[in-house]
Design a protein around this ligand. Structure first.
Ligand SMILES: NC(=O)c1ccc[n+]([C@@H]2O[C@H](COP(=O)([O-])OP(=O)(O)OC[C@H]3O[C@@H](n4cnc5c(N)ncnc54)[C@H](OP(=O)(O)O)[C@@H]3O)[C@@H](O)[C@H]2O)c1
Length: 302
């Protein structure tokens, strides 16, 4: 297969590209960097300008089995000033606009457009069980995810569009987990705020397998929760992390301290939660390798 991954140089995209090239598929990564980096077998880099329009790079989508959209300014990299919020939105909507323009004008459109989204789509929902048909939330991240998905759906008349609502991807090297480890290692780990907020975690290997499966799963269209089958509360997660690291998890981080340190991000990323279940993928026959938080943490921390 020939697969295009926009934002494929990042945490999730590079893992996906590694898995696909390892299986012998050809992967082209769209990157804002110069394209002349040396690449592994089956892997190439193509430079693009994700400004909402198609450019000279656009022919790369012709005849692809799938175009996968993972581009966007990192959500947790910086405090959310108004300028940073604009950057978070624009980077996703403009990149998606560039890809849909390329797909719309392609003489041989790709077999699927698999576009990123996030469980933030649902907003802060307490203990409510969330499936792909649950309503969207109304906060900043929910509105961003809603608009991001709508932008991707612009080409649903041209190709199959799957919207991957990713949860908290567990890995030792990237994503949220490495940021959680230092306090635990210093015997100062614990729940965040009340700890009752749900964490819709997914093992990185399952995320990669789920997106790879989506490339050829003809029934996978519309939203798919890319979350494991057993979300846990933050308090449960903290205890499991303590067990995995053989450290106590007794020191809670109070909500007010997180808010002082991180501003709006504290509520949006740490103190709110979603009990999201992967109903659509499971109904279509996908099975997860990791459904137990202790086994997942043991695997990623091994
Ligand atoms: N990691 C998670 O747990 C998680 C959870 C939920 C949702 N997601 C979503 O999944 C997507 C991929 O996540 P990730 O963790 O792999 O992200 P990442 O490591 O930050 O990679 C995203 C890629 O997007 C490109 N990018 C960065 N800033 C950009 C900008 N201003 N404009 C256009 N492109 C930009 C970069 O590629 P170049 O520099 O090569 O252009 C970067 O490699 C993101 O949209 C993220 O919001 C991730």
């Amino acid at each position: 297969m020939h697969i295009v991954i926009a934002g494929g140089s990042g945490f999730l995209g590079s893992a996906l590209a590694r898995a696909l090239t390892g299986e012998g598929h050809d992967v082209a990564i769209l990157t804002r960097q110069k394209s002349n980096r040396s690449a592994a077998p089956h892997l190439s880099f193509v430079s693009w300008t994700p400004d909402g329009s198609a450019g000279p790079w656009a022919r790369i989508v012709d005849g692809a089995s799938a175009v996968i959209n993972l581009s966007g300014e990192s959500i947790a990299a910086k405090r959310w000033s108004p300028a940073q919020k604009t950057m978070l939105r624009d980077s996703r909507l403009l990149a998606t606009g560039s890809l849909t323009a390329a797909i719309r004008h392609s003489p041989l459109p790709p077999g699927a457009f698999i576009s990123g989204s996030a469980v933030g789509y649902y907003g802060d929902r307490g203990e409510e069980t969330l499936t792909e048909s649950s309503a969207a939330g109304a906060d900043f991240l929910a509105n961003l995810a809603k608009d991001w998905e709508a932008a991707a759906n612009d080409v649903s008349h041209v190709t199959r569009v799957a919207l991957v609502r990713t949860g908290i991807v567990l890995d030792r090297q990237g994503g949220a987990l490495p940021k959680m480890l230092p306090p635990f290692k210093m015997f100062a780990g614990g729940k965040l705020g009340t700890g009752t907020q749900y964490m819709p975690w997914i093992h990185k290997d399952d995320w990669v397998r789920l997106v790879t499966w989506t490339i050829t799963a003809e029934g996978a269209r519309g939203p798919l929760n890319a979350t494991g089958p057993s979300p846990v509360t933050n308090a449960e997660f903290s205890k499991a992390l303590g067990r995995a690291l053989k450290r106590p998890s007794l020191l809670p981080a109070p909500a007010f301290a997180l808010r002082i340190a991180l501003g709006e991000m504290a509520d949006a990323l740490l103190l709110s939660g979603q009990r999201a279940l992967p109903v659509r993928a499971t109904d279509l026959g996908f099975s997860f390798g990791y459904s137990n938080i202790d086994e997942a943490l043991a695997s990623v921390l091994a």
